[in-house]
Write a protein that binds this ligand. Sequence first.
Ligand SMILES: [Zn+2]
Length: 444
Amino acid sequence: MSEMHVPKSCDTMVALPAGTTHGQTLFAKNSDRPWDECQPLELHERRSHDADARTECQFISLPEVDVTWRHVGSRPWWCWGYEHGFNEHQVVIGNEGLGSKFDSAQEPRLIGMEILRLGLERGRTAREAVDCMTGAITEYGQGKFDNDANVRTYDNGYIVADPQEAFVIETAGHEWAVQRVEGAVGISNVYSVETAYESLSDTAESTAIEHGWWTAGQLPFNFADAYSANDRTQGSGAMRRRRSCAVLGARSGGIDTAAMMSLLRDHSDATQPDEPFRTDLTGKGICIHFDEGPKGGNTAASLVADLCADGSRLPIYWCSFYSPCQAPFFPVFLQGTPPERLAIGGQHPTEDSPWWRFLRLAHLAREDAPHRVAEIRSRWAALESDLMISAYPLAIDAKRMIDAGDEAFTQQRLTAYMQDNVDRMLATTEDLIAQFSATSIAAG
Ligand SMILES: [Zn+2]
C-alpha cells in the first residue's frame, strides 16, 4: 500500500429505510486522521448573508449564498471544513480520501472537507447538497495541489444522505461522478463508482481520454477505472470497503443503530468480510488505532446519524470522540444547543478539550491493554445503554411538543439533556484518567 496513494483512511456507510429495522435512514462515519490532530465538534447557527458576501475557504474565495443552514461539523482544528456533519434539514455528509492519477496541481483549489461543509451549509436535501458540491468541484477543483500551508490534499469520495435518499460522489480534480445509493453501501479509500453513475461532470470522459487514461469510443465509460491511481482490489481501503458492504448486505432489513456502532468499532480481519464483529484489539478492521509512531493514524471522531422521514420523532445524531471502541456515542439534537465545550480543542492538548481528554484516556489504556480497555468499555456500555433508553422517547416527545408549538421549552429541555449527558460522560472520563494515571507506568 503506497502512502502516496492512500493519504488517509476513513469509512462511511449508509443504509436506506428498506435496509433498516425501523425503516429510517442510518448513516455512519469513522474519521481516521493523524493520531494527534484534534477534531472538535462545532455548532454553527443559521445565518443570512449580504448580497456581496463571500465564503472564505483556506485557498479559495467564492460567492456566499443568501442563507447558510444551521449545522454541526466535526472539524480538524486547522481546517474550515469538516470530516462529517449534519444540518437542520437532516442532510448528513461524510468524506473519504481518494488517490487519482492527476499530478499535484499548481493552482489553489478547494479542500475536500471544505466542499463537505459547503454541502451542509447550502443543501436542504441530499440532492441540493450534491448539486452544490459538484458545482463547486467543477468550478474551483479539488484534489492534490501544491500549497505552502503544509496541507495534505487529496481527491475525495462522499456519501450525502437525507431521510429519503443518498448519493455517492467521487472526484478527480475538477471531474466527478454521482451514483444513487440503492439499499445500503459502504465507501472507503478506494474508488467505487464504475459505470452505474447517474451523472458525470461534462468533461469526465474527454479529460480521461486526453490523458490517455481511457480509450475514445470504449463504452461504457468507467469512472473508477479511468481515474484511480491504484489497484482497486488491494490495500486497506479495498478491504475495509468489502467488510462494510458485506456486513450491511448480510444484515439487509435488520440494520439498526447498534449495528452501525458495532461496525464503526469493528476490529475484524477485513480479509474475512463475513466474520462476526470483533472487539479484541487485533490492530485490524474499521476502527483504526495508531501503531506507527508520529505519523500513525487513529480514528479521530465518529458519527451514527439516525434520521427520520415520517416526522414521528426528531433525528438523533450519535457522536463520539477518538477511538469509538473506547468511547461512548452520545446523542446530539439540533433542535437544542449542544454543549459549547464539545467545540473546545486546538493543536495542543488542553484539559478543557473533550477531544484531547479522550486521546489521553486511549493512551493510558494502551499501557495496560486489554485490562484497562475492558474497564473503559464496561463504563461506557452502562452510560450508552442509559442514553439509548432515554434518547428515543425524548425524540418522540420533543417532536410532538414542537409540532404543538412549544418550541422554546423543548429547546431548553433538549439543551439540558445534552448538557447532562456530556457532563456525565466527561466526569467518567476524568475518573478513569485519574484512576489510570495513579498507577501509570509512563509519566505525564
Ligand atoms: Zn478500536
